[in-house]
Design a protein around this ligand. Structure first.
Ligand SMILES: *Cc1c(COP(=O)(O)O)cnc(C)c1O
Length: 398
């Protein structure tokens, strides 16, 4: 009996990709092994974070790095770092921010439910600009001058959500923020692949960047990476680590925390509830190593093989056509696009729900269901599950 059988929880077929509600990415045996080894010994957790931070710095080109309990936790820590900086008294006061520069500016069209993590630090979110292209009433997104106008002496940070089509471009946002002496935090949670994006946002001038560890990197579900400026990573660590320690005993790793820059030993801070275990750090480091060792081309070819097999299995269905999207672009995740014709006996969303209620339950990506399409994402499918997806689609259509 496996642990899920023991717990009485059915295993699903995840053709949606590494979504948190569907338990994130699959971990390869090497990652599981690293976690199991980590569980068998105790270490100083700050020392382990410092070692991981050096690897993250190497992978991202940033000055420093840190392991968080997810990209969203990284956003909370990043915001707390930009507000409290290196002052333990301010750290201890969060989420109360009166008397501090406490506004975080963000492009209005980038608002999304993950910005709750930013707001959790106690800041006031300031939405900038008028994205009229989304209403269909106009053609423009937020303009750089609108963002510039929203930045003031009260601004602690500018928050930017990275995406292929994000506007204005990050480099323009960095330019106006840095001109005002304000750091830029980037949510790049799902911006991998391509692997080059690990470095891209730092190269474009971001001060802190958050990635998910449990998506394309293939690490433990509850992990993330925060990379960026050394002083800000130090502040994040000071607001995340456990500080149940006597001052005389405190010997933090110097490259993570420079004690001479602090007026005292911090108290456990606002990030302490988002704790990260040694197994998580070890698993993420192994996953990151493997992610970097595999080229985008090899990863893409592996996924393409799976989606081709599924698309072939789905040929000749009535009312549904299967086509591969993202086959040419190695920086994209190839998927099978199931296009349901208007004359079919059921709609796209109806098909998705029927698949979800099948046994075993199959979850596909319904993002484009309002346009009559479903996507089958290969990232979280095991080799034996790929044929089961096609079989489930066939039987759902009957
Ligand atoms: C997934 C995601 C997050 C949250 O990442 P976790 O690692 O699950 O905390 C935040 N922002 C965006 C844009 C995401 O896609």
């Amino acid at each position: 009996m496996n642990i899920y059988e023991e717990l009485g929880v059915p295993v699903i077929i995840n053709a949606k990709g590494p979504a948190t509600r569907l338990s994130g990415a699959l971990m390869v045996p090497e990652v599981v092994q690293a976690m199991a080894e980590a569980a068998e010994h105790c270490v100083d957790i700050a020392g382990l974070q410092a070692a991981a931070g050096r690897r993250i710095a190497g992978a991202t080109g940033a000055e420093a790095g840190y392991v968080t309990s997810g990209a969203a936790a990284g956003l909370l820590l990043a915001t707390a770092a930009c507000v409290a900086r290196l002052d333990p008294a301010r750290m201890a006061r969060l989420p109360h921010t009166s008397g501090m520069a406490r506004e975080v500016v963000m492009v209005r069209s980038q608002r999304n439910f993950y910005d709750h993590a930013v707001r959790t630090a106690g800041i006031r979110l300031v939405e900038a600009g008028l994205p009229d292209r989304y209403a269909g009433a106009g053609v423009r997104d937020v303009q750089v001058w609108e963002l510039e106008e929203a930045i003031s002496t009260k601004t602690a940070a500018v928050f930017y959500v990275a995406d292929r089509f994000a506007q204005p471009p990050l480099s323009d946002v960095v330019r106006v923020a840095h001109a005002a002496g304000v750091p830029v935090i980037v949510d790049a949670a799902a911006q991998l692949p391509p692997a080059s994006n690990l470095k891209r946002f730092i190269t474009q001038g971001a001060d802190l960047v958050a990635f998910s560890g449990g998506k394309a990197i293939g690490g433990p579900q509850a992990t993330g990476i925060l990379a960026g400026r050394r002083d800000l990573i130090m502040s994040a660590a000071c607001q995340h680590l456990d500080f149940d320690i006597l001052e005389e005993q405190w010997q933090p790793p110097e490259d993570l925390i420079d004690r001479s820059r602090l007026k005292g030993v911090p108290r456990s801070g606002i990030g302490r509830p988002c704790k990260v275990g040694r197994e998580d750090i070890a698993g993420l480091m192994k996953a990151l190593e493997l992610f970097l060792a595999e080229s985008d081309e090899a990863r893409h070819a592996r996924w393409l093989e799976a989606v081709r097999a599924i698309a072939t299995d789905l040929e000749g269905l009535n009312g549904v056509s299967a086509r591969i999207s993202g086959a040419e672009d190695v920086s994209a995740v190839p998927t099978v696009e199931l296009k349901i014709s208007p004359s079919a006996s059921l709609g796209a969303l109806e098909l998705a729900i029927r698949l979800q209620n099948a046994d075993p339950s199959v979850h596909v990506d319904p993002t484009c269901s309002d346009r009559g399409s479903l996507h089958i994402n290969p990232m979280c499918l095991t080799a034996d599950q790929a044929p089961q997806v096609a079989a489930a689609v066939r039987s759902a259509l009957q």
